[in-house]
Design a protein around this ligand. Structure first.
Ligand SMILES: CCCCCCCCCCCCCCCC(=O)SCCNC(=O)CCNC(=O)[C@H](O)C(C)(C)COP(=O)(O)OP(=O)(O)OC[C@H]1O[C@@H](n2cnc3c(N)ncnc32)[C@H](O)[C@@H]1OP(=O)(O)O
Length: 829
């Protein structure tokens, strides 16, 4: 405005003046104009510097020079999605933007006030989206009406009113029936209102502004997101299909960040499935206003045993929301990971979305896996729960305390990334083609034998229940497809998760540099290796700064010997458990080679082993057996790959890194020719009953003894060692009783072994791993779980109530808990 004024004054001065008085006035105006222009420039300089001082984050957002293209759709199952919604320019640069900068950039050229209060201005200028109230549609849904009628009939059966003999119409018009129906309808209405979200533009705007302030305070390193993924989402939105965001769940901050990032980038905030434990006073109401719809954490648990009205209401609410073109979000793992590893998917909501597509209610939906990671976990830690103490329920006061604690800690950098949207239709079509999990399952998962595991892939997907949230019973194939799609999303999401510096440093401290020496070198090498393996590192390439920053974030979890500059994990169970939480991002990444290396150790340490060579089938067989043991812990591959293929690839990695060398290396070509010849003979064989000899039987590997090979073997062995210790301890402490008492006995045993230096891995003291081992033993038919007096109990199934038989079956686990010389060397360092 001042400039315009200045120009005008200048213009007047330039005019020809008729008199001296006019000339004097013009001169005065000219002087004034100069003064105003100077003032204006001064104000501009001061405002920009003020703005910089106030608004710049303490540490700039993470921006390594180059990034691998992370988060792309699977080339095998969704090639069309992978080629869609590209913006090659942004995709190639792999730029990460700080979501907090969006407001600043939007108002960079606006007035002084807007620039200074850009967060507020951004929130006031957010797009207003319309959300249709779907409750009336749900109430007209035939499945919902049928559920009410069925429940009415059920309730009538329980009353004294004997309406059986009357005709159907008479019965439905009878006073008793109508009274019961009215009661059921009222309950159904309450269930529906309890579920429904109440998205409010005003609440969203206020919460978005508060979130701006909170993230600036909490995330000293900013909150990064891949620019390419935002651009992709914008393009995908234009397709007019509902977006279904599927985040992997780490923290209570996750859902805030997802909605915040979407809202800020002008995308429609989703309706979010929230567990009803989140319906706490005040905060529950705010969350509902920001898009939360509430679901019971267990649909068929003993508490609400098979409530058909609830199932129908939830199903219909989700389907009608999708049909109204709302975006949806649900946490596929069902809750926050307590270990830092991705968890197996919960298929309930996914199955509803899939049914909506299969029955034509929606043409398609775009599944968007979302990954989040934090330098330092915002919710504190899960050590209490890992030590077997019960989860603390969310309350108003605990929420306030949590917010206060969070707001007063620097949590470093945060990353929230939206992976490439995948068409559900394309996934379903691709999955119909895969045969390796289609065939019927004859027997449940059993303990591994030596000729094991040709059908491990489909056994892992097999779900014993044949009902669906959708109402009717569904086929095994259908259930397995939902399960497979869920596992695919979780696996790909975990692979696309940005790796924080704390992940790398914790992993290095717990594995390759456990002794304390060479941490700096190992961190540098691990970062480079991860980058080469296609992982997106969320920290600057400078490893020294990365280490310093990670140490600041990890605080008392790491002990630093100033004189010798050695770094060691603090010797306590709590510290190691917390470090393992961060390290587990990489445990999931290295799971396959770690399984092969642990299997190798189990063979090498046998008394009859030659220690120098190992046969291919023996190694692969042991690796398959070990994966079966750890199948509740790790998702090894996307279901479009078989576990066998994945372990073969891992074996190739060990060959490439020089841990193993092909014994026939000099004669490699000869070996290949031999296998091909053999394969040809087999193909030409006419007799169907002919048993094909396995061409891999002849392959043998030499185990390398170079220091590098030994170091690599030790690293991989230590990657899974704490888990194997937990599983062995769970077997040792197995006894009839309540689940709680078995978990407690195992945890106490592990604590005792750790404190008496019998077992050096604090991370093994994990109730999560103990519970997973119990699940495995239940699948093997070793134990049975039942509810008695509201308590989950365990009993040993015959013949495993016999100590010898129990020991025999547990030896399938013990055999991987070997006393390897590699570990002795490690504890000596
Ligand atoms: C601008 C700034 C704003 C900032 C501010 C933003 C705030 C924005 C909102 C916040 C919002 C908070 C968000 C909190 C975050 C959580 O609270 S996370 C926890 C809650 N969310 C979830 O759990 C979602 C995923 N979970 C599921 O889908 C689960 O399946 C359910 C629906 C919860 C049920 O779990 P469950 O009872 O353990 O049972 P599950 O074995 O999964 O199966 C249930 C049924 O599904 C069906 N089913 C299961 N598997 C299959 C299959 N493979 N095929 C077909 N059907 C199947 C069957 O019917 C099965 O029943 P059965 O056959 O076993 O009898």
């Amino acid at each position: 405005m001042l400039e315009v004024l200045g120009e005008r004054v200048g213009g007047w001065c330039g005019r020809e003046s008729g008199s001296l008085r006019q000339a004097v006035r013009a001169r005065r105006r000219q002087q004034n104009a100069d003064m105003y222009a100077k003032l204006d420039a001064d104000v501009a300089v001061r405002t920009t510097s003020l703005y910089r001082v106030k608004e710049s984050p303490v540490v700039p957002a993470p921006q390594p020079e180059t990034r691998p293209p992370a988060g792309l759709a699977c080339g095998r199952c969704a090639p069309v999605s992978r080629d869609s919604w590209h913006d090659p320019k942004i995709e190639d640069s792999g730029t990460v933007i700080n979501v907090l900068d969006i407001g600043r950039q939007n108002f960079a050229n606006s007035g002084v006030i807007s620039r200074y209060f850009c967060d507020l201005a951004q929130c006031f200028n957010l797009v207003k989206f319309q959300y249709k109230d779907v409750i009336p549609d749900v109430q007209k849904d035939p499945a919902y009406i049928k559920a009410i009628e069925d429940t009415t009939e059920e309730e009538l059966k329980k009353t004294d009113l004997n309406l059986d003999e009357k005709g159907d119409r008479d019965k439905r018009n009878s006073a008793g029936y109508l009274t019961v129906k009215k009661r059921v309808e009222a309950r159904a209405k309450k269930v529906l209102t309890d579920i429904s979200s109440a998205m409010s533009y005003n609440i969203l705007r206020v919460v978005a502004w508060l979130t701006h302030k909170a993230i600036r305070r909490v995330a000293g390193g900013g909150c990064g997101t891949r620019a390419g993924s935002v651009a992709r989402l914008r393009r995908a939105t234009a397709a007019g299909l509902p977006l279904v965001f599927v985040p992997l769940h780490r923290s209570h901050f996750d859902y805030i960040l997802v909605t915040f990032a979407l809202y800020l980038t002008g995308l429609r905030p989703p309706l979010v499935a929230a567990g009803d434990n989140m319906r706490i006073p005040f905060f529950g109401w705010i969350l509902r206003g920001c898009g939360a719809f509430y679901i019971r954490r267990r649909v068929d648990g003993s508490e609400h045993n098979g409530d058909p009205v609830y199932k129908a209401a939830l199903r219909s609410y989700i389907i009608n929301s999708l049909a109204a073109n709302n975006n949806l979000e649900f946490f596929i793992e069902g809750g926050r990971t307590r270990t830092g590893k991705p968890q197996p998917p919960k298929a309930g909501i996914l199955s509803v979305i899939m049914d909506a597509y299969l029955d034509g209610t929606i043409d398609d939906a775009l599944l968007v896996p979302v990954t989040l990671n934090y330098d330092k976990l915002v919710d504190g830690n899960f050590v209490r729960e890992q030590l077997g103490m019960p989860k603390q329920m969310e309350t108003f006061w605990s929420a306030l305390r949590g917010i206060w604690r969070t707001m007063n800690t620097n949590h470093g950098s945060i990353r929230v990334d939206f992976n490439q949207p995948i068409s559900l239709k394309e996934l379903v079509q691709s999955f119909k083609k895969y045969n390796h999990f289609k065939a019927p399952i004859e027997a449940p998962l059993g303990p591994a034998d030596d000729k094991f595991s040709s059908d491990l892939d489909r056994r892992l997907l097999y779900n014993h229940s044949h009902s669906s949230l959708y109402g009717d019973d569904v086929s095994t194939d259908h259930k397995m497809m939902v399960e497979a799609i869920g596992r695919h999303i979780v696996y790909e999401g975990a692979q696309a998760t940005a790796v924080m510096c704390t992940n790398v440093v914790s992993y290095v401290l717990l594995t390759e540099a456990r002794g304390g020496a060479g941490v700096r070198r190992a961190v540098r090498a691990r970062g480079a290796a991860l980058r080469a393996e296609g992982r997106d590192l969320a920290y600057r390439a400078d490893p020294d700064r990365c280490l310093e920053h990670a140490l600041e974030m990890l605080g008392p979890l790491v002990q630093r010997e100033r004189r010798t500059e050695t770094l060691r994990p603090t010797k306590s169970i709590a510290a190691e458990l917390e470090l393992s939480y961060y390290a587990n991002t990489l445990v999931a990444h290295y799971a396959a080679p770690a399984i092969v290396a642990t299997a190798l150790e189990s063979i090498v340490c046998r008394p009859d082993a030659d220690g120098d060579t190992v046969r291919h089938p023996e190694l692969l067989g042991a690796a398959l057996q070990l994966y079966e043991v750890l199948s509740e812990e790790l998702i090894l591959c996307a279901p479009c790959h078989t576990i066998h293929e994945t372990l073969l690839r891992a074996l190739d990695q060990l060959l490439a890194s020089g841990v193993l060398v092909n014994a026939e290396r000099t004669d490699g070509l000869e070996e290949e020719k031999w296998s091909r010849r053999l394969a040809k003979t087999i193909d030409d064989e006419e007799d169907d009953g002919y048993e094909r000899p396995d061409p891999t039987l002849r392959i043998k590997y030499i185990i390398q003894k170079t220091p590098e090979a030994i170091a690599e073997r030790r690293r991989l062995l230590l990657t899974l060692r704490p888990l194997i210790e937990s599983y062995s301890a769970s077997c040792r402490h197995l006894a009839p009783g309540t689940v709680k008492s078995v978990v407690k006995a195992t945890i106490d045993g592990l604590v005792h072994d750790y404190t008496t230096n019998k077992m050096p891995y604090g991370a093994a003291v994990s109730s999560d791993a103990v519970r997973n081992c119990l699940r495995l033993l239940r699948q093997w038919g070793v134990i049975e779980m039942y509810t008695d007096n509201k308590e989950r109990k365990i009993r040993l199934r015959p013949p495993y109530d016999d100590a010898q038989k129990l020991n025999d079956i547990c030896s399938h686990i013990y055999k991987f808990n070997v006393d390897s010389p590699l570990l002795k060397e490690e504890s000596a360092t």
